[in-house]
Design a protein around this ligand. Structure first.
Ligand SMILES: [Zn+2]
Length: 67
């Protein structure tokens, strides 16, 4: 939640920049997959605010690449 506020409820995905007032449509996402690494998991610099469509398409891409 702090991440969403820090990023002003704006999707940080390059080329998106959508401002979403409804926080249920925003996700605090890890830029780099934390893979169980607690330091990465909690590192605010590794977190950014994405809107759901961007988050979902990103996740799909990652899953397809076998990540
Ligand atoms: Zn977006």
């Amino acid at each position: 939640m702090a991440i969403l506020r820090r990023d002003l409820f704006t999707c940080q995905w390059r080329g998106c920049g959508r401002v979403e007032a409804d926080t249920s449509l925003l996700v605090a996402d890890h830029r780099e997959p934390h893979r169980g690494d607690e330091a990465l998991f909690w590192d605010e610099r590794n977190l950014w605010c994405l809107c759901k469509p961007c988050h979902d398409s990103r996740k799909q891409r990652e899953e397809r690449s076998g990540g």
